[in-house]
Design a protein around this ligand. Structure first.
Ligand SMILES: Cc1ncc(COP(=O)(O)O)c(C=O)c1O
Length: 475
């Protein structure tokens, strides 16, 4: 079939019958197309920060641009590329699956691959888990978890943590502890209440009336990279158990080896009622997620033949998603990536923890496994502090961009700021990252921090205020 593409000002009308030809004929138009048809404010941010490269390929931990520049990708697509990009084993498995013409999504029928993925996930999860609901994203897993929790308990209240992030669809947004994501979208699901992360007393008080369906919490909060304090998660699980509240661990980001255990919950020996997964399960290829539950919780929703399709979605459990999930689990096992994440995480911490002593602006380095964050704070000198405050007044969290921008521009390393209005730099390296690249990252970070500190006033005043002005203009 020939599909005419509507004319754009920069390119002639094109008849498309070959995807490869289309990509090559329209190469270099990515940003222009984005600005015309997609998210133009994001495009402005990329241009302002100088992140507007034209990416042409992904190879393991690297993104490659149109000039051949190789960038170390410590953003990893928000954690999707735990195996690196285009892992050869997953690629081969998906090629074979494509060539086998699988009977994906029969709907009134079952697929063997979905069952095999569910079986493997249950085997790898704690004893409390014996069933899985397959989804296509993190937020969809969270929506499923919230619905199952209400159905299983017959209660409506749901507790979530301040700063918690669980996705951006309405249920997930209703348990999102970051105001900047919620503004303009209310009202939210009734019955959802925030509790401070790490505060067992506050949790006990909120749970006390005995009408809470579930607590949802990330073992390591992605926004800001905050690891649950010692005793918090075990204590929270215990409080939930005592009051018939379901304990939901959102492992969409922390799951599948990221923290140095297959599931982060293993660090604390937890036995939750529900675990949500997604991101890395995709192998970086096919969106997939899972809600892992006890059989009792699962069956409370799917409680009769009449209710057998009461929750789900068209794409949940498709053969390509399940195949990508199974192949990714095989890679994690074959390449011992959980142990590798632990060892590389220890190394990254060892290389970067001394930065706290070395640099006044580095307040903390924290994380678990290969989920890593570095928090910046104002320097103590009065003049420098005043400029910091001026920069932060213009746009809170701007200082962190003064580190991520030169890391990208001068060292070809892609990192992220760990949330709105926070001066935390975050890295989610692929679990396959070569050891020497961690050394290179630590060295680059030290150089950038040295530059920032030695040119403190000048850097703050010119780059900081310049960026601030441009950012304000871009709003
Ligand atoms: C802990 C957690 N839960 C849920 C989500 C939402 O996942 P998705 O973006 O696939 O909807 C995210 C995404 O970053 C996440 O980190």
């Amino acid at each position: 079939m020939v599909i005419p593409i509507p004319n754009s000002s920069s390119s002639p009308e094109l008849e498309v019958n070959d995807l490869t030809a289309l990509r090559s004929q329209r190469s270099g138009e990515g940003l222009a197309l984005n600005q015309r048809y997609l998210n133009r404010q994001l495009g402005r941010v990329l241009q302002t920060l100088g992140f507007d490269r034209e990416w042409v390929r992904g190879e393991g931990p690297y993104l490659i641009d149109s000039t051949g520049g190789r960038y170390l990708d410590l953003y990893a697509g928000y954690g999707v590329f735990a195996l690196g990009r285009n892992h050869p084993f997953v690629k081969q498995a998906l090629h074979e699956l494509l060539d086998s013409n699988p009977p994906s999504l029969p709907q009134l029928g079952v697929s063997g691959l979905a069952g095999l993925l569910a079986e493997r996930l249950v085997q790898l999860a704690p004893a409390s888990i014996d069933a899985a609901l397959l989804t296509s994203s993190g937020t969809e897993s969270v929506e499923g978890a919230l619905k199952l929790a209400r159905a299983a308990t017959g209660r409506t209240r749901i507790l979530y943590c301040e700063r918690g992030f669980h996705g951006l669809s309405y249920g997930s947004l209703s348990v999102n502890g970051n105001e900047e994501f919620r503004a303009h979208f209310g009202p939210f699901l009734p019955g959802c209440e925030a509790v401070p992360f790490g505060d067992l007393e506050a949790l006990a008080a909120a749970i006390e009336p005995g009408d809470v369906a579930a607590l949802i919490v990330e073992p390591v909060q992605g926004k800001g990279v905050y690891v649950a304090p010692d005793g918090y998660l075990a204590g929270a699980q215990e409080l939930c158990r005592r009051s018939g509240t379901l304990f939901i661990l959102d492992e969409v980001q922390t799951g599948l080896g990221r923290t140095g255990r297959f599931l982060a919950l293993e660090h604390w020996g937890l036995d939750p009622d529900i675990v949500t997964l997604s991101k890395a399960l995709s192998g970086g290829y096919v969106p997939v997620g899972a809600v892992l539950t006890s059989r009792a919780v699962f069956d409370a929703t799917f409680s009769s033949m009449e209710r057998s399709v009461v929750h789900g979605s068209t794409f949940g459990g498709g053969d390509f998603a399940a195949g990508a999930g199974l192949a990714s689990l095989m890679v994690i096992e074959r390449e011992a990536l959980v142990d590798r994440a632990r060892a590389m995480g220890d190394l990254l911490m060892e290389l970067t923890l001394p930065l706290v002593e070395r640099f006044e602006v580095v307040r903390a380095v924290r994380g678990l496994g290969l989920m890593w964050g570095l928090e910046l704070g104002p320097p103590s000198g009065r003049a420098a502090r005043r400029v910091w405050e001026a920069v932060e007044h213009r746009q809170p969290g701007l200082f962190a961009q003064l580190i991520t921008v030169p890391l990208f521009r001068d060292h070809q390393i892609l990192t992220q700021v760990a949330g709105h209005h926070m001066n935390v730099i975050k890295a989610l390296p692929p679990l396959t990252i070569p050891e020497q690249e961690l050394h290179r990252f630590a060295g680059a970070l030290e150089q950038v921090l040295t530059g920032a500190e030695s040119r403190l006033l000048r850097a703050y005043a010119s780059l900081g205020l310049g960026l601030g002005r441009r950012a304000l203009r871009a709003r």
